[in-house]
Design a protein around this ligand. Structure first.
Ligand code: ZN
Ligand code: ZN
Length: 394
């Protein structure tokens, strides 16, 4: 290991690639740990949830090393690591989880109780998620390695499919969890809000789960065109103010069985103005009675940039009475990646889920990351995969 560099948040709208410390066998509280590994990072993606921080919409501190979507090769391991070896290629779930607490033992690794002093749930390179150093870098430390890491069965096959497998760290399980929690099954009619990478991953998940039709709504024409190209029904939200009518144009009925929110708190209403509850309210309107709504889109407890005073503490103008009257189920929260990543890995390895093409993965070098952030923030129909060691064929 020599010369670590990483993507650093340096203030609203700005990231830089800087020299950073080499990873150490030490947790954020400064305690020595032996259950960790050091990874040489082979792929690490820019995520929509990073954008919330970079736009200054969170309380992220300047100097934070970003990156929670990490795939890499084990180059060092602590004395307590029993199931992994140097040379293994592994996928890192973005949730940091101890594997020992009550919620981890139930498989709810998105809300581990021990890895974050401030609240339930930890993640790498993310505000309020426990101080674990991010992995948009050349090297990173991963704790509780035996529990957290998914080892790929074959190094060569893993390398050949790395553009797809890198989506296992977050967006693919996140989209899949949204589809599962929205009750998608054989023959379901499905609406996905948001045609960004998580929305496309949710749509791909709905398809593999057997949905009859998958619609994706957005205002962004490039993203809608890409969604159409990869086989989904685009819904141009700018073309009508009643989503139910747009849905009925596709299916003949104004309601769907399952809806998935892949937008989150920076939602925009038909007026073009930010309305943090706009998507949630639309979902309750267009989901049928007794239908389910999966909400993998991110909502926050602190939003200093919110347009409404109440939204600054995560209070939204939700029409919950409508959802109640229709007996709908709503499911929120981070996905517990471990629950899904092994099955999704196999779906990729056996050519059932071409997720890299579906989300339009584009590989860039580490030094190009700031440009990647800008391009993604402009709404490009692309998912950037950073290749910090120039290990992926372009
Ligand atoms: Zn992510
Ligand atoms: Zn735990």
């Amino acid at each position: 290991m020599s010369g670590n560099r990483g993507v650093v948040y340096v203030g609203p709208g700005k990231v830089e690639v800087r020299d950073i410390d080499d990873p150490k066998f030490e947790d954020p509280r400064g305690r020595k740990i032996e259950h960790a590994v050091i990874l040489k990072i082979l792929a690490t993606n820019i995520c929509g949830s990073d954008q919330h921080m970079v736009r200054g919409r969170t309380t992220a501190p300047e100097g934070l090393v970003l990156g929670h979507e990490i795939t890499g090769e084990v180059i060092e391991k602590g004395a307590d690591v029993e199931m992994l070896d140097v040379g293994d290629i592994v996928s890192v779930p973005f949730n940091v989880a101890c594997g020992r607490c009550r919620t981890c033992r139930n498989g709810d690794t998105g809300v581990c109780l021990t890895v974050n002093d401030g609240r339930a749930g930890g993640a790498y390179g993310y505000v309020d998620m426990g101080g674990w150093i991010g992995g948009q870098a050349r090297y990173v430390m991963i704790p509780y390695a035996d529990f957290n890491l998914l080892k790929f069965p074959d190094r060569d096959r893993a390398r050949a499919k790395i553009r797809d497998l890198t989506m296992l760290t977050d967006i693919l399980p996140t989209g899949f969890h949204g589809a599962v929690k929205a009750g998608v099954g054989v023959g379901s009619t499905v609406y996905v809000a948001g045609a960004g990478p998580v929305g496309l991953a949710a749509a791909a998940s709905a398809r593999i789960l057997g949905a009859a039709v998958v619609m994706i709504g957005d205002y962004n024409k490039d993203r809608l065109e890409h969604a159409r190209k990869v086989g989904f029904e685009p819904i141009d939200l700018g073309s009508h103010d009643r989503l139910g009518e747009l849905v009925a144009n596709v299916t003949g009925a104004p309601e769907v069985d399952s809806a998935i929110d892949a937008v989150g708190f920076e939602a925009v209403g038909h007026s073009g103005k930010e309305q943090p509850a706009a998507v949630l309210n639309q979902m309750m309107e267009i989901t049928r009675a007794a239908g389910s709504i999966g909400i993998p889109g991110l909502y926050v407890t602190e939003d200093p940039g919110a347009v409404e005073e109440s939204a600054k503490t995560g209070n939204l103008s939700l029409r919950l009475g409508l959802g109640w009257a229709k007996s709908q189920s709503l499911h929120t929260g981070q996905t517990p990646v471990i629950r899904y990543n092994r099955q999704l890995m196999n779906a990729i390895l056996y050519d059932r889920l071409p997720i890299a093409d579906i989300v339009n993965a584009q590989v860039i070098g580490l030094e190009e990351a700031p440009t990647g952030y800008e391009t993604f923030d402009r709404g490009a129909a692309v998912k950037f995969v950073i290749d910090p060691h120039d290990a992926i064929a372009r």
